[in-house]
Design a binder for this molecule. Structure first.
Ligand code: SAH
Length: 235
């Protein structure tokens, strides 16, 4: 059975009986997908609330028929502290990392992140957020992970890094951990974190773990790390 189309209405109040105006792009998408007036849709506010709704006759609004149970959200919220690399790799990491359950991406302007890559990521935050939104809809999550502007590693760690993990080649494998609390995981840029950054991570109590005996591209490392860290008994 195919589920009703999912429509993102950021910040909307999703209460029974509420008429919600759909963003133009979403209304257009429903038209192109031939969802008929009165057809069922699922509204997502992007912050974790889902509702069932019926499309209005003109296709521009939906009327909420009731709240729907949250789905697709892991118990543990994992923030990815992502060393900025080439934009295409960051985009891939955000798309696939969203599918793998990341709660948030805090971009890190690491010492070895190329300046041009940091500037490109900072200039394309809207695009990265759209990628996260599309991926969240596609994989039937309830929350759209935020993508935060590049910060130095120290600031990212101070804001999000407790408890903290770091994907580090050559470290021990991750032991299965306790569940239920929110964590952050740092993944370095193409050149890896430099020695001072690795020290900063150690001093912040980061638990280093290996993703196997090969050097992975940063976007592959994000996916592999999330598979290990997200506890996926999500409904
Ligand atoms: N040039 C660096 C690797 C950078 S890969 C080096 O040789 O060390 C980008 C990031 O992906 C790394 O900083 C690390 O966080 C993660 N990563 C890549 N391969 C990994 C592995 N086998 N185990 C753990 N982390 C890995």
């Amino acid at each position: 059975m195919s589920s009703p189309p999912r429509v993102l209405v950021p910040g909307a109040r999703l209460q029974e009986g509420e008429r919600v105006v759909l963003p133009d792009a979403e209304a257009r998408h429903l038209r192109v997908s031939r969802v008929s007036p009165g057809g069922k849709v699922v509204l997502l506010d992007g912050a974790g609330v889902r509702a069932e709704a019926l499309l209005s006759a003109d296709g521009r609004e939906a009327v909420v028929s009731g709240l729907a149970p949250v789905r697709g959200e892991p118990q543990r919220r994992v923030t990815v502290l992502l060393g900025v690399g080439e934009l295409a790799r960051v985009e891939w990491a955000v798309e696939k990392g969203t599918e793998c359950g990341a709660a948030r991406f805090a971009l890190v302007a690491a010492v070895r992140s190329q300046r041009a890559h940091v500037a490109a990521a900072a200039a394309k935050l809207d695009r990265l957020r759209r990628i996260a939104a599309e991926a969240a809809k596609q994989c039937d999550r309830s929350l759209v992970p935020d993508v935060l502007a590049p910060l130095p590693l120290a600031a990212g760690v101070a804001l999000y890094g407790r408890p903290l993990f770091v994907a580090r080649p050559g470290a021990p494998r991750l032991a299965p951990g306790a569940r239920g609390f929110d964590v952050a995981v740092a993944v370095g840029p193409e050149g890896g974190f430099d020695a001072a950054e690795e020290r900063l991570l150690d001093e912040a109590g980061a638990v280093p773990f290996s993703l196997g005996g090969r050097i992975l591209r940063l976007e592959t490392a994000v996916v592999a790390a999330l598979v290990l860290l997200v506890d996926d008994d999500a409904p």
